[in-house]
Design a protein around this ligand. Structure first.
Ligand code: SF4
Ligand code: MG
Length: 327
């Protein structure tokens, strides 16, 4: 499906005192080199867990139960820690929601960028790396003279996120994953950071995954969109397609919940709440909230099928005779 990343049947659980949380229930996700994919859904649908699982960063009490994570010719699900460490922060780099907590507090930001450059090529001379650090700082819109020797606590939130982006891009990743990279920032700074990311990803032609609960942001940034609900992929398509013709009742609800610019109506919301994943609904996990729920929906999980070229949906409304296999 995707030539750079192809995640299939990814299942993750967390063992808690309340019971087993079935956080990811067979996620399907793929993308090609150079593509920008948005992962969207309400909070708690498993977007962040998916990105952590892809990098094999799920820690106790969590566990990956099954799934293949094919990335650039290898199945990350089968690699050991040593091999994974060569990929993380290098071929696959990540930007988090809280930039300050992701930075090393006792190291100057210039040095943190230098480390990332060394990770991609440890044969570079100090002088060369120093020049590249300066270039990276300018690339993310910072004055290199003023910022290179700062410590993380001396940065504003927006500056810290620019530094995180510089670190992530310094390793020349094949895939950049950004998990709600702007949600901790003020609105005006959010826009600046998103514009910067968009510009850089385009200029440098990296593949990128943007995790967001904001459909507008996803539409701006992404070529393709994967919609998640309660630990499942429920729809995947090109961005234009999914906005013009959302098929899954959940996706349709998500779009209704996006306010039109200039309209003063109250924000529509999807009735019902995100299910408790300790005791998820049987069959289609969306069925308690779905206006089209049928008997079959309550019994078995609908497979993700391609109903039009490039448009995949997991919903019995579109399942035809003979469509029994996922994809
Ligand atoms: Fe609704 Fe059934 Fe489709 Fe689930 S499978 S979204 S319950 S119609
Ligand atoms: Mg999250």
């Amino acid at each position: 499906r995707g030539n750079l990343l192809d995640v299939s049947d990814l299942r993750v659980v967390f063992y808690t005192y309340r019971g087993l949380i079935q956080a990811l229930n067979g996620v399907e996700l793929w993308l090609n080199s150079g593509e920008k994919l948005g992962i969207v859904g309400e909070s708690g649908c498993g977007k962040s867990v998916t990105s952590l699982a892809m990098m094999r960063l799920i820690e106790q009490p969590g566990e990956i139960l099954s799934g293949s994570i094919r990335f650039d010719g290898q199945d990350l699900a089968k690699l050991d820690e040593d091999a994974l460490n060569k990929i993380r922060g290098r071929d696959m780099a990540m930007i988090f929601q809280e930039p300050k907590s992701a930075l090393n507090p006792v190291m100057k930001v210039g040095f943190q960028i230098a480390e990332s450059i060394w990770r991609s090529d440890n044969a570079k001379s100090k002088r060369r790396v120093y020049q590249e650090v300066r270039k990276m700082l300018e690339l993310v819109g910072l004055d290199s003279d003023r910022t290179i020797n700062l410590y993380p606590h001396e940065l504003s939130g927006g500056m810290a996120q620019r530094i995180m982006i510089a670190i992530a891009l310094s390793s020349r990743p094949k895939l950049l994953i950004a998990d709600e990279p702007t949600s901790a920032l003020d609105v005006t700074i959010q826009i600046q950071i998103l514009e910067l990311l968009q510009e850089l990803v385009k200029k440098l032609q990296y593949a990128a995954i943007l995790i967001t609960h904001d459909m507008g942001v996803a539409a701006e940034f992404c070529d393709k969109i994967t919609v998640m609900y309660a630990g499942n992929t429920v729809e995947h398509s090109e961005t234009m397609n999914i906005f013009e013709k959302p098929y899954h009742p959940y996706t349709q609800g998500l779009f209704k919940a996006v306010p039109d610019i200039g309209r003063t109506d109250e924000l529509a919301t999807i009735p019902g709440v995100v299910p408790d994943l300790v005791a998820p609904p049987s069959g289609c996990r969306f069925h308690p909230r779905c206006p089209h729920c049928m008997e079959q929906c309550q019994q078995t999980f609908p497979p993700l099928i391609e109903i039009e070229p490039g448009h995949h949906v997991a919903c019995y409304l579109y399942l035809k005779e003979g469509d029994t296999h996922a994809n």
